[in-house]
Design a protein around this ligand. Structure first.
Ligand SMILES: [Zn+2]
Length: 407
């Protein structure tokens, strides 16, 4: 009778454990895994029994880096259609406005997503998920927001759930019905907000289709007052909130989501010091999205020094979406976080592990290598954690371990 299913020895383990110094490294570390949980953690030298008798499978990591499975905590991965033509048009001098007037932009994705069948939507989204999984992503958040009516939002959320069920990846779903005003509600945004609050959120809650409620609080999205209404409805239906906040201007979105003890405020380039303090007090995570920052050629940096000073946890995510972040590479995003935002590699790795778990409210289960947590792990063809941020165009994943669904 073996003690564990799997024993990994001689791994350079970046535990990313809370309170540990920097990466929480264990040199020549060892991990015993049973039923998808971390049952033992220590040094290889600390194993006194004969190794072969301890586990069904013994893996000698030969000094390679072992990290928690990566977590992409903000994506719009489920959508139909393709907007590379708009990318090309813009580079040929056509303005955003002209593109929107010709039916482009977010509403073109809405049109394609509404028209796609469940199976078409699944098939189009799957390669994006697979690309992220190849880079060691073991947990992902997927938002709705291109359906903009109950039926199509639900279709997106159900596709996201099915992606998780069929691909051995943990999926958390977020309702983002307040992503844009749908064409049939043009100039009637308040009526659409009413529909979200009185029909969409209640139905989604009853069906258990989403783990969280999100909105796009911005001059080109939804106002502070409209967002508040949506959060009130979410609270009534017992769902946690997060927010696309202060991306292009300071509407006080980050402070608003903190007021509701929200899981995260995302983008936050324009957040004020007052908002940063409110986030610190509420424990709201700052989710930074450097890929969108890069694509939009933004220049206003998020208040990173203030986040550090006030101990606001920082997470990093791809923002994978067809408009402002056409990317299914978390590793590229990690490099961008270092270069665009001057975050350190330890901040970035924390941002795609422990703090990303915090942004999804699942920090008790995943995000660090600690006794009792799920054994979502990645073994890499490198020794140092900084390699993951440093070199581009090289996928160093050697092996991915994922806890089974029922573990
Ligand atoms: Zn987003």
């Amino acid at each position: 009778m073996f003690k564990w299913d799997t024993l990994i020895i001689n791994a350079n383990i970046a535990t990313m454990a809370e309170g540990a110094h920097a990466y929480g490294m264990i040199d020549k570390g060892a991990i015993g895994i049973l039923n998808g949980r971390i049952e033992w953690l220590g040094t290889t030298a600390g194993i006194t029994n004969s190794i072969d008798t301890l586990a069904k499978e013994v893996i000698d990591a030969q000094g390679c880096l072992l990290t928690p499975g990566l977590i992409d905590c903000h994506t719009h991965l489920v959508f139909a259609g393709n907007r590379s033509d708009e990318f090309e048009q813009r580079l040929n001098g056509v303005s955003y406005q002209e593109i929107a007037q010709n039916g482009g932009g977010i509403l073109s994705t809405v049109k394609a997503t509404r028209a796609a069948s469940f199976d078409e939507l699944y098939a189009q989204s799957l390669p994006r998920l697979q690309a992220l999984m190849c880079e060691g992503v073991t947990t992902i958040e997927i938002k709705s927001g291109y359906g903009l009516n109950l039926e199509a939002e639900l279709k997106m959320l159900n596709v996201a759930k099915k992606l998780g069920e069929e691909n051995n990846i943990r999926v958390k779903t977020t309702l983002l019905a307040a992503h844009a005003v749908p064409p049939e509600y043009r100039h009637k945004a308040d009526d659409y907000v009413d529909l979200i609050c009185t029909e969409i959120i209640p139905k989604i809650s009853v069906l258990g289709a989403a783990d969280c409620i999100d909105a796009f609080c911005e001059s080109i999205g939804f106002s502070h007052a409209q967002t508040k209404k949506i959060f009130d409805s979410a609270s009534r239906w017992g769902l946690p909130v997060k927010l696309h906040a202060d991306q292009l201007s300071d509407l006080g979105g980050a402070a608003l989501v903190a007021e509701y003890s929200g899981l995260s405020a995302d983008h936050v380039e324009y957040s004020s010091l007052k908002s940063v303090k409110a986030m610190a007090k509420a424990g709201t995570v700052a989710v930074l999205l450097p890929y969108a920052f890069y694509i939009l050629k933004e220049t206003k940096l998020p208040p990173i020094e203030a986040f550090r000073k006030h101990h606001v946890p920082i997470a990093i995510s791809t923002d994978c979406n067809p408009g402002t972040a056409p990317s299914s590479s978390l590793l590229t995003t990690m490099n961008k976080a270092c270069v665009e935002f001057s975050l350190t590699p330890v901040e970035v790795l924390t941002g795609v592990t422990r703090n990303a778990a915090l942004a999804l409210g699942i920090e008790d289960e995943v995000g660090s290598i600690e006794f009792g947590k799920k054994a979502d792990l990645v073994l890499w063809h490198c020794k140092q954690p900084a390699d993951l941020c440093y070199w581009q165009g090289m996928n160093r994943v050697k092996r991915i371990f994922t806890a089974r669904k029922n573990d």
